[in-house]
Write a protein that binds this ligand. Structure first.
Ligand code: ADP
Length: 260
């Protein structure tokens, strides 16, 4: 059997660029038929892993993300404990089968970086001071990835924290905006993220009106950057409505089961 040489990331990106000449057609629609300001179809569910203290599952377009939460419980190893508050230990992990070319199951540098970024975007929402010397563990598994998984991971993890009954100031919800073919777009998929001109992921606490994560990849003018943040926040507000529905529906189903 002839061995084929594995393509580098740059070669794969060039192939995508050649295949995808235009990201937005003459009618102003994106490759998947979405309008510039439309989110991908979203599905959220909480409490799906009975063994975890809290859990959530989210589909956003082709992204499939699972989050499980344990705690607060005594922090291990002891040296990570804080005397005056709980610590959040967060692990973002992409499964080997989540992308087209098998990814090593070992955590990549990107996994480690995103674990930190996601932890920092969740911390402001949790009343960590209620649980000194403890840890809250958040595990995010990306089962299938198609762009925007850090945002989808944050949205899912916040739901799992709420499902665990951990006292929170607010939910956290995240959405990216960016630019492709000279137009601002929201909720970028993998091709738009890779071939497009810019990507701005934003995490947001809707009731406190506070941003907990703001990153930018690519280049935008100041005006475009401000508009992109506005579009990402609109996306966050739509996702927040779905988060609330997902949390409520768990209790409606539970109540109905009790009545029967
Ligand atoms: P985000 O998922 O938050 O957009 P990145 O911008 O780092 O984060 O990644 C964009 C997308 O690239 C991911 O969502 C995923 O679809 C894809 N991707 C990331 N890592 C890999 C990998 N090792 N192999 C193939 N695709 C990957």
């Amino acid at each position: 059997m002839k061995a084929t040489k594995k393509k580098t990331k740059k070669e794969r990106l060039n192939m995508t660029k050649k295949k995808t000449e235009k990201l937005i057609d003459k009618k102003g629609l994106r490759l998947d038929g979405r309008k510039l300001d439309a989110l991908r179809p979203v599905k959220m569910e909480v409490g799906i892993l009975p063994n975890a203290d809290g859990s959530a599952y989210l589909e956003q377009g082709k992204n499939k993300i699972l989050a499980g939460v344990y705690g607060p419980k005594e922090a291990h190893p002891r040296h990570i404990a804080k005397q005056d508050r709980a610590v959040i230990q967060c692990r973002y992990h992409m499964a080997p089968f989540s992308v087209q070319e098998r990814k090593s199951p070992a955590p990549s540098r990107r996994d480690v970086e995103l674990s930190k970024v996601i932890r920092e975007s969740l911390e402001p929402a949790v009343f960590l001071e209620y649980y000194p010397k403890t840890s809250i563990q958040v595990y995010i598994e990306v089962l299938q990835a198609d762009g925007g998984t850090r945002c989808a991971g944050i949205t899912t993890a916040a739901l799992a924290l709420a499902d665990a009954g951990i006292p929170m100031r607010d939910l956290v919800v995240a959405c990216a905006a960016g630019k492709a073919d000279g137009k601002l777009i929201v909720d970028l998929d993998d091709t738009e993220d890779k071939v497009g001109d810019a990507d701005v992921p934003v995490a947001f606490m809707p009731n406190l009106n506070a941003i907990t994560l703001l990153q930018m990849d690519g280049s935008l003018s100041v005006e475009e950057f401000e508009s992109a943040i506005g579009m990402a926040l609109d996306g966050c507000k739509q996702l927040y409505a779905l988060q609330k529905e997902a949390l409520k529906s768990k209790y409606v189903v539970a109540e109905e089961a009790e009545e029967e």
